[in-house]
Every structure is written in structure tokens, then in C-alpha cells.
Design a protein around this ligand. Structure first.
Ligand code: H79
Length: 422
């Protein structure tokens, strides 16, 4: 299959990425004056509580994340099979986590820490062979008097978006694309009602500096290079085009000390399989704390996935959209690479340990466990009276891997599915 936009091939192969939400909001850890922002998202705290800029910027005065270690982040991504890293260079609060001449509201000029986080991460990612990418909030900027979002410090009627566009947005995007080498992807967010001509200019500008830098879907008006699904949302159907879903590992993006509602590794595994099987990438978030530490529980959860990927990565990386089968598969589902189907068994059958599924017309030449290559018995048949294609796979009593045991089905050709006729 020939696909357009060759520059996206690394991202198509990657399938699993690491999102990092980290900014001065992380220091508030989801609470303001003793009040928790609940499920609203700790990175939104300034707007959630309508914190005046004058007070909010004081966080920067003492922001000193001495535990931050870019190499640790990059190594963590690499060790756990996350092939790209998207870092919040600037979130909606408008605070740049890198040296910026366009605005002194940045980590180097406005904090005692004084180090350029983007620079350190870009270098560390290069060393560990993780594609470095940046998130940049292009429309909302609660620090800038002319951008969208801050209606408590500034009067909406006095705003002139063009001033912000020319004096902060474009210069800061320029800085990101010229100061840190190749940027794999630039991740825009919340375009809301940003006028189309500005979105077009922004896309042209990015491509004029780094033609191979991928632009995500939230630049608006389908001008990006791939479709950005809604946050924390898995589409019901498969899509053969390029798409990605960003997911939180608890309920917040930025660090919130009260949010301990972690998704367990099985749930994350299910998300990864479903998203990959429907043709997409999973961008899984971590929210480091005030000192720059990745919360222990989120690290543990990702490490479980990472260990599984070391053995079973073939069933994830480089897979393309699997066909839609006629029936739901409560036990897991399939990913696909050319003529191979990878059967993901997240739930194990009970006695007599037979996994049945319907709809596959293509002949299976061979079935084996991905983990150790050992053969798996199966029966494939067609029942004319019921017009049904059935496959029965004979599994052993115990799974090879509790989290997800993968059986590879080598097919005689491209998978062909017999859909239901009513
Ligand atoms: O960066 C993360 C979020 O902060 C950002 N996108 C991800 C990747 C995001 N911005 N907006 N939204 C997600 C959806 C916004 C929902 C809202 Fe609300 C409902 C905005 C106002 C009401 C959630 C609840 C945020 C504040 C209150």
C-alpha cells in the first residue's frame, strides 16, 4: 500500500507515544487556597479559579524543579516502548517552558530554575532515539492580553488577536522550530473559533521552516496532517487514515495530588489494542509534579506495558488498521500487519479453553504464540446452512502472559471478512 506524506512514516510505525503535561501549574497540584479543582483538570487551574495573572505568575518566582532530569524522561520513554514524546512547551496558561525572546514569561527568564526544559528534552530524546515533539497552545493564552481565554484580567472587547498572532504565537513557534533541531511533530490544541486564515498561515509557517514536521489535527479545519480524536476517546469504528487519541492515565493532564484514580495496566493495554486495531496511535500522558518527578504509580503502570511490549512489540509497532469483524470481541481483538493478524487475548477462556470468532474468510496457514513461537492448534470451517465462517483456536489452560497473550495468525492473503447479511 502506498501512502501519501512519507514524512509521517516514523509516526505511523510508532503507534505509542508519551505525552508530558508539565508547567508552573504543576506546582499547585490541583488545589488553590485549599480548594481542589476536582475533575476539571489541574493544568486548567488558572482559569478554573479565575486566578488573576498577577497572583498566578508568582508561582514562577519560586518554581525550582530540582529533581527534573531530561535523560530520565527520555530513557523512561525508550525503555517502555514509547517511540515519541510530546512535551507541553506552552500550555493554555501562556507560560513557555523554554527560552523565549518573544515573551519573558518563560522558564529561563522568570524562574529561579532558569534552565531551558525544551532544550534539555530535545537533546535527551536524540540520545535515546525517541522522536521529540512539542505541544503549543496556539489560540488560548491566558497571559497575553490579546489571545483567547483570559476574560478575568482582560476585557474581551479590547482584544486584537492579530497582535498576539504576530508578536507571540508566530515568534514562539519560530523559536521552537529553529532552536532545538528537528521537531517530529507540533501538537496544537483548542482551536475553538480561531479564524481560518490564521490557521492556514500557521500551517504554512510551520512547513516553511520544517517541512517534515507533522502538524496534528487540532490546528483546525482539517489543515493538520492527521485526525486528532477527542481527548480520552476511542472511536467505535476503524479508520484507515492517520489518527491519534491522547489519554490521561488518571483523570487529569497536569499533576493533581488528589487524583489517584489510576487506570490499571489491563485497561491501558485494552486501550492500546483497541486504538491500534482501529488504525490509530495512543498518546499516553504523564503529569510530573512540582519537582519534576513522574508520579510513581503512573511510572509503574507504564512499566508493565513496557515489559509486555519488549516481547510482544511486533503486534503493535507498524501495524495498520485491522478489518472490522462482524461481532464484538469482549476478550480483546486483532491488530494487523499485512497478511498477519495478531489475536490479543486480554481475557482467557475457561475450559475447554477454545477461543471462537466468526467472519474470517481467508485461509489461516499457521498459528503460533508470539511470545515463544510455539504452534497453536486451530480449526477453520464454513457452515453453508448458516452462511458462517468460524475459527476455533485451542488455547492451553493458562495464558503465557496474564496481561495479554498474543496468537499470530498467518493468513494466505489479505484478510477478507464475511459481513453479516440480514
Ligand atoms: O492539554 C489537555 C487539556 O488541558 C486540553 N487538551 C488536553 C490534551 C484541553 N483543553 N480543553 N479541553 C481539553 C476540553 C475542555 C473542556 C472544558 Fe473545562 C470544559 C473547558 C471548560 C469546560 C475542563 C473543565 C476544563 C475546564 C473545566
Amino acid at each position: 500500500m502506498i501512502r501519501e506524506k512519507d514524512f509521517m512514516n516514523w509516526w505511523r510505525e510508532a503507534k505509542f507515544g508519551m505525552f508530558i503535561h508539565w508547567g508552573i501549574y504543576s506546582a499547585l497540584a490541583g488545589s488553590w487556597n485549599g480548594k481542589s479543582c476536582g475533575m476539571l483538570g489541574a493544568e486548567w487551574i488558572m482559569r478554573n479559579f479565575r486566578i488573576p495573572l498577577k497572583e498566578y505568575r508568582r508561582i514562577a518566582d519560586s518554581f525550582n524543579p530540582t529533581e527534573f532530569d531530561a535523560e530520565e524522561y527520555a530513557k523512561f520513554a525508550a525503555d517502555n516502548g514509547m517511540k515519541y514524546m510530546v512535551f507541553t512547551a506552552k500550555h493554555h496558561d501562556g507560560f513557555a517552558m523554554y527560552k523565549s525572546k518573544a515573551s519573558s514569561y518563560n522558564i529561563v527568564d522568570a524562574t529561579p530554575f532558569g534552565r531551558d526544559i525544551v532544550k534539555e528534552l530535545a537533546e535527551a530524546c536524540k540520545k535515546y532515539n525517541v522522536k521529540f515533539c512539542v505541544y503549543y497552545s496556539q489560540y488560548q493564552d491566558w497571559e497575553d492580553p490579546n489571545a483567547n481565554g483570559n476574560d478575568w484580567d482582560y476585557n474581551e472587547a479590547d482584544k486584537d488577536f492579530k497582535i498576539y498572532f504576530e508578536n507571540k504565537l508566530i515568534p514562539q513557534v519560530n523559536e521552537l522550530l529553529t532552536q532545538y533541531g528537528d521537531i517530529g511533530l507540533i501538537w496544537f490544541d483548542t482551536p475553538y473559533d480561531m479564524p481560518r486564515e490564521y490557521c492556514e498561515q500557521l500551517v504554512e509557517y510551520v512547513k516553511s521552516i520544517q517541512p517534515n514536521c507533522i502538524i496534528n489535527g487540532r490546528v483546525g479545519y482539517y489543515l493538520g496532517d492527521y485526525k486528532q480524536m477527542s481527548d480520552n476517546s476511542i472511536p467505535v469504528l476503524s479508520y484507515p487514515g492517520d489518527w491519534e487519541t491522547p489519554f490521561t492515565i488518571n483523570n487529569t493532564w497536569g499533576y493533581d495530588k488528589n487524583d489517584t484514580d489510576w487506570k490499571d495496566p489491563k485497561t491501558i493495554m485494552e486501550m492500546l489494542v483497541k486504538i491500534n486495531s482501529r488504525g490509530g496511535n495512543l498518546l499516553l500522558n504523564v503529569g510530573p509534579d512540582e519537582l519534576g518527578r513522574i508520579p510513581e504509580r503512573s511510572a509503574e503502570i507504564i512499566q508493565v506495558i513496557g515489559r509486555w511490549l519488549k516481547i510482544n512489540g511486533e503486534s503493535i509497532y507498524g501495524t495498520t488498521c485491522a478489518p472490522d469483524f462482524p461481532y464484538m470481541m469482549a476478550w480483546g481483538g486483532f491488530t494487523r500487519k499485512s497478511n498477519k493478524l495478531y489475536m490479543h487475548n486480554l481475557k482467557w477462556p475457561v475450559y475447554p479453553y477454545i477461543r471462537h470468532f466468526g467472519g474470517l474468510k481467508t485461509k489461516i496457514n499457521r498459528a503460533y504464540f508470539l511470545a515463544d513461537g510455539s504452534e497453536v492448534e486451530f480449526i477453520q470451517n464454513y457452515e453453508p446452512a448458516r452462511d458462517e465462517y468460524n475459527v476455533r483456536v485451542k488455547l492451553p489452560e493458562k495464558p503465557l502472559c496474564e496481561l495479554n497473550t498474543v496468537v499470530v495468525l498467518e493468513l494466505d492473503g489479505e484478510p477478507e471478512i464475511h459481513q453479516l447479511k440480514i
